[in-house]
Design a protein around this ligand. Sequence first.
Ligand code: FES
Length: 149
Amino acid sequence: MDELQDLYRQVILDHNRNPRNFGELPDATRVVAGVNPLCGDKMTLYVKLDGGKIEDIRFKGTGCAISVASSSLMTERVKGTPVTAALELFDKIHDLLTAPEDQEPPADLDKLAALAGVREYPSRVKCASLAWHALKSAVAEDASNVTTE
Ligand code: FES
């Protein structure tokens, strides 16, 4: 288990030092601002939706290592996926972050399981979930309009 926790730590460090999909997206069809009420840190999520699919996604912000890593992991995972799959993933991450500490993360979360480490620090759960709430609000609107775009 220590080895696994070490691997999780490395994933978080890697995505914080070298965030994927960082920056603005000029042709975004949705731009959502997220704020962590506990610390005031902000992130902006840019999503380009096309035909019910997340064609492209980027983020910008000045949060802590956990929030940057979580945003990076999230964008990496949902880029190119259907909106419906992204919403299912939101539910899985929500369940992961609110599950008891000793509950094993589902295997299909792959690298995203690294986010389970924040369960030991309840005040950091909002850091990890910030990007995911921004994602949900960016694509949920599209889910109801998916056939008209
Ligand atoms: Fe502000 Fe984590 S401390 S987002």
